[in-house]
Structure formats: structure tokens, C-alpha cells
Design a protein around this ligand. Structure first.
Ligand SMILES: N[C@@H](CCC(=O)N[C@@H](CS)C(=O)NCC(=O)O)C(=O)O
Ligand SMILES: [Fe+2]
Length: 357
């Protein structure tokens, strides 16, 4: 079976797609975004998937790819078209190449025009295709920078995308209105730039007058993507979470394991956000923990220092996850939630003050 997720990066309106083989537990990411690498790695981990490759549809102009960063963190291969001329890829695709993940695969179709290295990736059963910025929902990629050519784009879409079956779903590289998916039949009929009887000349006339401002990130994104997303300063690849071996969850929280806190408890501020009766109740509390109930945290945050990392604790790890969000908003950069709370702490036989044996 296919595992499939559509993920979104709000600042650039980019879609990233996760495709996995449920038996082999192997996955690909199409068009990952640099700033979303921790999210993507968390989802792969929670779904028990190994990322074998990241596949970019093109060298993007509006955001930096997560390809290099995910390779550093997860060992995935970097895959992009040879025509993109991006340096540092593990595999350079040409038209017709297959990208396998377990028993499933994508076939790469060269669809130049938005850039000359653009590719569309078609799933093995031809029920889904990932068009990058060649074809967008009721739109298409612009052709006014990065070797763009409206003639080439028209030919690419007509001969390599509109030749798929009408019910083939098309998943775009971006959508700026929150739309998520379309189909070949729909776009053939209703795409205002090149659907119906619109000719190549009509299309190029439309594209010559789009009048769009250049993407805000173009001067940063293009040079970075020409080296598959490797930052000039490797320090930029950090996520500020290196004070302890933290785990990032797809829900968006940084977590810390009980054993680490039991070994290093003196080097952090432990904040127990349960109610006072729970703090002094049968589960006990961690030695040195400060009791600040969740409802009082915002008002009493000045009792804490931003210079020392904070670990939040509750019964199960739910209220203390919310506590990390509150502290982050107040400007605490180094904050993590005790995974599993006092229940897991006690289940692992770690010492607790005032606990009933
Ligand atoms: N305002 C956006 C610009 C987005 C943009 O230009 N997107 C390109 C794809 S990289 C495009 O082809 N847009 C087509 C369109 O908006 O019709 C930004 O600054 O990032
Ligand atoms: Fe693009």
C-alpha cells in the first residue's frame, strides 16, 4: 500500500509530498523545505519510515530545498534533474528515469518551461502525478526568470501532463489560495492559461503579462538550491536544540527523555506544571523541581531565567507540552517537555520526592 501525505510550508506556500511503501517502510520526499526538516524527520519517524531520497522537481526560486539538510540528518540521497545543473546531487535524473521506494516507483518526465530542469513525477499506476511548478491548480509556473520559456512550458504540459488519463490526480508544487489537488481532466477543461482551445500564442501572450514581483527569497534561494540546499555557513543548519539530545514531534514539540533529565537534572530548570495537590501527591515530584501550575506559568515566568534550559513536567506530558509553547512565546529558546511525564518517570523507576512506594 502507498503511504501518502501532503505537507505545507506557509511562508512560501510550498507543498512537500511524502510517499512511502507500507511494506518496505521506505519513503521519498518530493520538494522538502529547508526550514521544515525537523517536521519532516519527525513525521517519518512517527510513521516508522526510512527516507531513502529527497527528490526536487526543480531548482526553486522562492525557498531553499531541505535536500542537503535531510541528507545530513537522515542519510537520504539527493535526487534532481541533470538539466537543473544543481551541484552535489547523488543522482541526476533524465526523462524516463525511475525513482524506486520499496516495491513502488515514480517515473520522471522532463517538463521544462518554468525552469529548464523542471520534472513531473508520475506514480507507477499513473493515478497521481507531482507537477512541481510546471502546472499549478488553474495556473502554471511563471516563465520570466531562471531560463523560463512559455513556449517550452506549453509544449511540456500538452505533451507530458495532459497526455495522462483525465482522472489522474495532479499535486502541485505550490498553491497560493489554499487549494490542494486537481486532475488532468479538470485542468484540460478549466485552466485559464492553457485549457480548452487556448493556443500557444494565446498562452505566451498571457504569460508575458503576468506582472508578478520576483519571489522575495530569490537571491538567497537560487544560489542555495544550485548546491542542493547546502548553506554557506554550516552553523545555519542547527535548530538551536543542541543543549540536550532532544526529539522533535510532528505535533511540534521538543521532547526530552527521562533518563537524560535524571542524569543532568542539576544543569536545567525543572518546572512542574501540575496542581499543588498533584505535586505533593502519590506520584511525587522530581527532586529540585519548581512547582508552577500551568495556569500561573505566564504570570510567573519571570521567576525563571532564559540563560538555563527549562524542562517542563506534568503527569502524562500533555499539559507540560502546552507549557513549552507558552515559554517559547515568552522568549525562552531552550525548552523541552519531559516525555511521558511523571507516569513514565516512575515507570522507569527514577527517584521521586514524596512518592508513595
Ligand atoms: N510571492 C511569492 C512569489 C511566488 C512565485 O513567483 N512563485 C512561482 C513559483 S517558484 C510561480 O511560478 N508562481 C506562479 C503564479 O503565481 O502564478 C514569493 O515571494 O515567494
Ligand atoms: Fe518554482
Amino acid at each position: 500500500m502507498l503511504i501518502f501525505r501532503q505537507l505545507f510550508d506557509p511562508p512560501s506556500c510550498t507543498y512537500t509530498y511524502l510517499l512511502g511503501d507500507s511494506s518496505a517502510r521506505l519513503a521519498l520526499l518530493i520538494d522538502p523545505v529547508f526550514e521544515q526538516a525537523a517536521r519532516d524527520a519527525a513525521l517519518l519517524k512517527e510513521l516508522s519510515l526510512t527516507l531513502i531520497a529527497t527528490v526536487d522537481t526543480h531548482a526553486h526560486a522562492d525557498h531553499v530545498t531541505g535536500a542537503w539538510l535531510l541528507k545530513q540528518r537522515l542519510g537520504s540521497n539527493i535526487v534532481i534533474s541533470a538539466a537543473s545543473r544543481a551541484q552535489g546531487a547523488d543522482r541526476q535524473l533524465v526523462d524516463g528515469d525511475r525513482i524506486e521506494f520499496g516495491a513502488r516507483y515514480l517515473t520522471a518526465r522532463a517538463t521544462p518551461g518554468h525552469t529548464d530542469g523542471c520534472m513531473t513525477f508520475v506514480l507507477d499506476n499513473e493515478k497521481m502525478a507531482f507537477t512541481g511548478d510546471a502546472l499549478l491548480i488553474r495556473g502554471c509556473g511563471r516563465t520570466d526568470f531562471q531560463q523560463g520559456s512559455s513556449q517550452r512550458l506549453y509544449q511540456s504540459i500538452k505533451t507530458h501532463i495532459f497526455t495522462l488519463a483525465d482522472d489522474c490526480l495532479l499535486w502541485p508544487g505550490h498553491d497560493y489560495r489554499g487549494l490542494t489537488v486537481t486532475s488532468v481532466g479538470e485542468e484540460k477543461d478549466h485552466n485559464p492559461r492553457l485549457g480548452g482551445n487556448i493556443s500557444e500564442t494565446d498562452f505566451t501572450g498571457y504569460m508575458d503579462h503576468l506582472g508578478l514581483p520576483h519571489p522575495k527569497q530569490i537571491d538567497v534561494a537560487v544560489p542555495a538550491n544550485m548546491v542542493c540546499g547546502q548553506p554557506r555557513d554550516a552553523a545555519l543548519a542547527g535548530d538551536g536544540a543542541n543543549w540536550a539530545p532532544l526529539n522533535f514531534t510532528f505535533a511540534g514539540f521538543w521532547e526530552i527523555e527521562p533518563y537524560w533529565v535524571s542524569e543532568h537534572g542539576k544543569t536545567v530548570q525543572i518546572i512542574d506544571v501540575r496542581n499543588p495537590d498533584e505535586f505533593d501527591g502519590p506520584l511525587g515530584h522530581i527532586d529540585g523541581a519548581v512547582s508552577i501550575p500551568l495556569g500561573e506559568l505566564e504570570g510567573r515566568a519571570q521567576e525563571l531565567t532564559k540563560e538555563i534550559p527549562v524542562v517542563t513536567v506534568c503527569r502524562s506530558g500533555a499539559r507540560s507540552a502546552q507549557a513549552t509553547t507558552i515559554l517559547k512565546k515568552l522568549g525562552f529558546a531552550e525548552v523541552a517537555n519531559l516525555s511521558g511525564g511523571m507516569l513514565r518517570w516512575r515507570a522507569q523507576n527514577l527517584p521521586a520526592s514524596g512518592a508513595l512506594e
